[in-house]
Design a protein. Structure first.
Length: 60
């Protein structure tokens, strides 16, 4: 069984995990209504994705 020669310090351990930090969510503007939405997802305000309407929203 493998046994580590020296203990890894907290500083070195945390430096290895530096890429584990959370990244901010990316948002793009909807082509239909201009509101911000996640990329590759249906817009929740107008119900469009690309050129098609998937969720019919009532215009008030």
């Amino acid at each position: 069984m493998a046994v580590p020669r020296n203990r890894t310090s907290n500083s070195k351990k945390n430096m290895k995990r530096s890429h584990h930090a959370k990244k901010p969510k990316t948002l793009t503007a909807c082509m239909g209504c201009g509101s911000m939405r996640r990329p590759h997802a249906i817009c929740l305000s107008c119900g469009r994705y690309g050129d098609k309407t998937y969720i019919a929203k009532e215009q008030a």
